[in-house]
Design a protein around this ligand. Sequence first.
Ligand code: A2P
Length: 355
Amino acid sequence: MSRQFSVAVAGATGAVGQTMIRVLEERDFPVGEIRFLASERSEGKELTFKGRKVVVRKLDHDSFEGVDIALFSAGGQRSLDYAPSAARSGAVVVDNSSAWRMDPDVPLVVPEVNPHAVAGYRKKGIIANPNCSTIQMVVALKPLYDYARIKRIVVSTYQAVSGTGQKAIKELEEEALAWADRIRGGEKAGTDEAYGYAGEYEYRAYPHQIAFNCLPHIDVFLDNGYTKEEMKMVNETRKIMEDPDIQVSATAVRVPVFFSHSEAVNVAFEKDVTPEKARELLGRAPGVRVVDDPSANVYPLALDAEGQDHTLVGRIRKDISQPNGLDFWVVADNIRKGAATNAVQIAELLIREYL
Ligand code: A2P
């Protein structure tokens, strides 16, 4: 019988943790023992794995004895606190937070782009899973980069609330339902007041209403005027593509969509790439699906990407403002390819090539 692995999921009750569990099941990962870890609040709660009930335990430093692979998605602080303990216990950590991504001794891996980097896990016993917006962008850029090298990327994101976690999904639902109640109630219908809460509602996930709104603010603002999320796209893209010279400017926007991030990407290449050539290259790239027939209203949509693992690319066109430029639209499920699926793919690479 082929080897089975003991797997722990830290953050098992969260939006990404739950999907990690489903993806392990779907892909039939060779799991011998499974351990579900979360905060004290969830201790004793029962989750299922392949039809069996598994009791959630509290994440602690001694949670990883005998574990081969620890998938972490319990927030950056938990990764900083517990990933080293997991590694000391002998587990290889695949961490979904940003805590370790830019550590030079931690590889940052997208299996379609830099699978060889996994070997770097030996240094600290940790492999970082990139930021969701970065993953889908580099999956689409890699085949184009290999053909024509990239000088500069300008990207604007339209990011789903699920990226903020369970509480933000609930918040968008509650705001939308509250809005519907007000409209149905009739008295506010057609007035400006119907479309905002004017301070009546206590926002928890975001500093403003997210329903029927767009927030150009993801994570904290930095001294250079960009947000931390935007700078993740700059720094992580360079690390994954192994090219410190790629210039990236990003604007990250939270939109009232439950699942899947969309991105408008503008790229300047070193040599010309026609849209036809780009479609051909992307058409045979791993993990990519070209969805590009605008005359028939066919282009990548968040609702179509939801629940699948492909990165959808469409609206591919020549940038009329510069030589050697392309514009396109990239959509992927942020919880799946942007987080859980990419982490499980890294674990698959690890057991196939290294463990
Ligand atoms: P819990 O459900 O017990 O709070 P999301 O990003 O969807 O909000 O999920 C966050 C995940 O991280 C959840 O599984 C959550 O567990 C877990 N988590 C949050 N804080 C801690 C903590 N202090 N210790 C362990 N797990 C935590």
